[in-house]
Structures are given as C-alpha cells and as structure tokens.
Design a protein around this ligand. Sequence first.
Ligand code: PRX
Length: 571
Amino acid sequence: MDMQPIPAREGNHNLQDYQQKRKNFHWEEVKENFSWSKTGKVNAAYEAIDRHAEDPAKKDKVALIYSAPDREEKLTFNQLKNQSNQFANVLNKEGVQKGDRVFLFMPRSPEFYACFFGILKVGAIAGPLFEAFMEQAVRDRLEDSEASMLITTPELLERVPHNELPNLEKIVLVGDFTEASNKYVDYFKEMDQASEAFDIEWVDLEDGMLLHYTSGSTGKPKGVYHVHNAMIQHYATGDWVIDLKEDDIYWCTADPGWVTGTSYGIFAPWLHGVTNVIRGGRFTPDSWYETLDKQNVTVWYSAPTAFRKLVSAGADVVHKYDLSSLRHVMSVGEPLNPEVITWGVDAFKLRIHDTWWMTETGAMLIVNYPCMDIRPGSMGKPIPGVEAAIVDNEGNELPPNQMGNLAIKKGWPSMMRAIWKNPGKYESYFINGWYVSGDSAYMDEDGYFWFQGRLDDVINTSGERVGPFEVESKLIEHPAVAEAGVIGKPDPERGEIIKAFITLNEGYKASDELVEDIRQFVKTGLSAHAAPREIEVKETIPKTRSGKIMRRLLKSWELGLPTGDTSTLEE
Ligand code: PRX
C-alpha cells in the first residue's frame, strides 16, 4: 500500500502507555473496574446496568436513546434496571432456570434490551436472532440450541415452526395477538404485573451468557458459546479502542443478532455507563446522517458496507448535516478500503479506525487505537494481552511479510468457550496452542496486520457471514434444483455477493422466471441476505470423486483464474 500513514491523535491513552502495557500487562488489572472484584458476586447484567442505577449520580442518566421512524424513547439506567428486573420475574414465573437457552427474535426496540438483561439476570443464556431470518434459519438455531423459550413479536411468529420444536415450551409475544395458546406469554400483560424488585442470580465468570450462531464452510450454522468473563475484554476495548468517556453519546449500528451488536452494541458502552443510541428502521444515507446529527453522536462504530454506501451517496448528502459532535469513528466486519478512510478524513475530518475480530473471538483483537498512526488498508495491531501471529498449517510462526493463517495465542478473556454440542468442531479451531481464524493475512516489519482473504469458503456479503452449505441445502430443496454450488463473488459495494451454480432436475428448463423463483425460494425460506444475487444454470457441477462440490474450481472459473490442482475432480 503506497498511501501515507495518517498520523495519530489523542485518546484515553498514549502510545507509550500501550507499549508499556504490551510488555507488562495482566488482564487481572482490568478486573479492578468491576464490582465483583470486591463483592465476589458476578453477573454482566449487574455490571452493565444495575451498578449505574445504584449510583445516585448515574441513576437518572439516559442509558438508551431509541430512535426509529415511528418511535422515539429514552430509558435511564434506573428504568432499564427496573424493566429488566420485571422481565427476570416473568422468566422466573415461567420456570426459566440458570443455563436455559432463551432466544430473542425481534427487531431492535427498548423491549429487546429489557428482555436481554432479564435473561442474564436469571442466569440463562441469551440467543439473539437476526430479525430478517426466515423459517429455516430460525428452526436450525432453535433446534440446535434446544431453546426452551423464544421472545418474538406476533408479526414474526409465522416464521417460527413451533410445533416442530419439542424443546420450545414458551413463546413470549411482544405485541397484540388474538390466538390463545398455553404456550404464549403476553409480554405487556405480564410486565404490568411483575415486580420491579429482583434478586439477581449470581453466576460464575465461566457460566454461559450468550449463544451466537455463525456460519462456516461446511454444515449448519454453529452455536458460538460465550461466558460472563467476556465482559473483561468488552470493558477494556471500550476504553482502549472505542475511547469511551463519561459524556459520550455512542452509536453502534450493528444488529444484536450479530456479535458486534451485543459485544459493542450492549456491553462495551453500558459497562462504561455511557449513553447508547439504538436506531430502528432501515438504512438510508439520510436517515443515518440524521441520527448522527440529531442525537449528537460522539463515537460511532459501523461497517465498511455502510461507509461505502455513504460514499456513493456523495458529498452533497453529508454536507446537509451537522456532524460536528462526532469525534471518533471505527469499523469492523470486512476489509476497510483505503479510499473509504480517505473519504472519512474529507467528510468527517476524522480517521476511520479499523478493528478486526470474529464471532468466535467475542471482542476486538487487532485494532487501530486513536493514538496510533493508521496505515490505510491495515487492520492495525493486537491489543495488550493478546498475541497475534501469522502461522503455517502446523501452527509454526512465519516471519514478517509472509502470508499465512492469522492466529491468536489461545486464552484471551472473551474467547468462545465452546461450540454448542460440538466439541470436535471447537477443538478444530486450535493448532499448536493457536486459535486459527480462517483468515489469511500477513504482518509487516512494524507489526501491522494486513488482511488478505478467507482461507475457507465462508462468504462475507455486506459484512454478513454466510455459509455456502446453508444456501446450497436450501437451493436443493427447490423442486427444480438437482445440485448446487455456492461461492462469494467480489463486488465493489457489498464486498462479495452470493453466486449460485445449479443443475436442474429432469423436466425443468432454465428460464429467467425459474431462476427468480429459486432466488425467492431461498429468500423467503432462509433469509434475504443469504439469497444468491446471481444464479447460473449449468449442465454439471464440478465435484470431487468423493462427491464434494468443488467451490474453489467454480470460483476460479467465475473469476477467470488458474484452476490449480484438479486431480481430485470426478470424471
Ligand atoms: O473474515 C473476517 C471478517 O469477518 C470475519 C468474521 O465475521 P463475523 O464472525 O461475522 O464477525 C464480524 C464482526 C466481528 C473474519 O473472519 N472481518 C472482520 N473484521 C474484519 C474482517 N475482514 C477484514 N478486516 C476487518 N477489520
């Protein structure tokens, strides 16, 4: 990259501080910031909400600003404490116990957050689902987690195949509904009757807190299991990287159905007692700028796909808004294009700080701090307490500038503790003491890390992680489709788009209508973001002799690249 580094600015800490910390740092130091380090009583919901609500100076501070086209609402720390207590009482009444999985499938709303903390307060494990999921995606996750309760809205209920989910005992409905069933719990009615007092279930730092489902290259989505201990890293990165200060108005644009929306849309800001903006409704450049302007957002965490859309919207749109309150911007989820950083400097007079991490890592690992020179195109450097390296397939460290597996030394606080009911899968992430991310990267002489791509077939479309197997499985459920192979195809705005290659069953002929019908089938059955933008009908799909679809070969053909070793290709 021949772009000049963009010089540092001031943050909560200076560079010497980090250099010092890198040499001589123990996560123990961070623990002093939590009340459990004195009381021995652990629960992340208490640290994020109740602790501030019990502080007379913070009790009435606005914790949540909810802003949607049809609803504006503010909740103080005290209100959020009371509402989550009420919901914890509802959960108790319905028999939810410590360790049970309680899933949330609803749009972002103030109720979502009251429910989320209520779940943690009874010691249960929260499983947030992206609101755009359709029936198959919802079913897979509820089945695998054996969730006993789901919180959803009457509108989304039709996507929940609850008669086919034997473990699902109760469904809490947030909104008006008419159909009576002893399975249904009326949220507003129960909340009205519930007490605002609740004795939190104290847990162990290693007890379960969250299940986030994510995709790999093979098999169904897997449940990434996180424990309360993760709060240590959410807090630390909230200070070091997000640079949070008492009076900040913070906005993380991610949906809580994805890990960014919990680690950084919930924990980091509220562990710091900061005012957190939650925006409902769909993205448009105007509505996002309007949120920044109207709420006086000071710190903003978003994603390259959104920044790219803002860039395309043009300078005229930015200049309609007063963004002068903004002081710090960060990005995650995909490679952050150097052009976007340049645009940010122009549009906001600010640098956009890239951060790298994954669902499995639970929190940021490689970052650009405020006080660090940014090399546009680089993800930055590892945070204190985290050792990152580029390793070969045996887990041996490679020298600078050599491409290989981006790996992290096992044992940072927010690391996933299991893949739900799949110990073999969990073990497969670790080689020779390293967590191997599946990303390829290199490190330069100065210790900056540079992302190169995925080493597996996982697709990253508009920052959303999609497993090809899930899409292929849905495609072949369509009566016309015999076989399917799915790849990510580079796209300037979305990073990658999903492209499917299919063969047809006898009696079907390729046509635009059929292709559109197949696309809609995935969209309405699985989810809109997983529906292939391009579908190409082929005579055959390349497979290995053992019958595995050769996605790599499909990709090489699509991109006009050399096909490499095809010796395992079936005749
Ligand atoms: O390929 C990397 C990409 O997103 C993957 C993780 O996706 P997910 O688990 O959905 O979590 C996304 C947000 C935490 C990674 O394996 N990725 C994430 N951040 C970056 C990135 N690729 C390039 N640059 C980044 N900063």
